[in-house]
Design a protein around this ligand. Structure first.
Ligand code: ZN
Length: 158
């Protein structure tokens, strides 16, 4: 049996914060505002994973009102989310995702992100697709005000 899930997330880009995307640090003059480390890609993937089994969303499982999750490494949230699926007898078949960001260019860092996220989820790098695009200078991603991520996941019951 298979199920699919979809996830979407957006974070504001501000000065004085570091930029973490796909589990790695990206040098940039601004970073994502958020209660956790603000890793928009991991959050979209967590929401897709939770959505695949209709388990709610990341905010319900890891509330941003809790001091426990203040500045937390989102890789920990991803590990716990995968555990929720595995505990129920499900595994990831594949993940496809897109980061929408005007600057900086991410092309040279995508393979590193895939390796890190595959490792965190205990799956193979071939099962994790990450793409990066811009919004052609339009809207809040185009002006650099924010960064958006989308993810879909296919899961299979073992
Ligand atoms: Zn988020």
């Amino acid at each position: 049996m298979f199920r699919i899930g979809f996830g979407y997330d957006v974070h504001r880009l501000v000065e004085g914060r570091s930029l973490t995307l796909g589990g790695i640090a990206i040098p940039f003059e601004r970073g994502t505002l958020g209660h956790s480390d603000g890793d928009v890609l991991i959050h979209a993937i967590c929401d897709a994973l939770l959505g695949s089994l209709a388990l709610g969303d990341i905010g319900q499982h890891f509330p941003d009102t809790s001091p426990v999750y203040k500045d937390i490494d989102s890789k920990i949230l991803l590990t716990r989310t995968i555990q929720l699926l595995n505990d129920r007898g499900w595994r990831v078949v594949n993940i496809d995702s897109t980061i929408c960001l005007e600057k900086p260019k991410l092309a040279g860092r995508i393979e590193e992100m895939r390796n890190v996220l595959a490792s965190v989820m205990g799956i193979m790098v071939e099962q994790v697709s990450i793409k990066a695009t811009t919004s052609e200078k339009m809207g809040y991603t185009g002006t650099g005000e924010g960064v958006t991520a989308y993810a879909v996941v296919l899961v299979e019951r073992l």
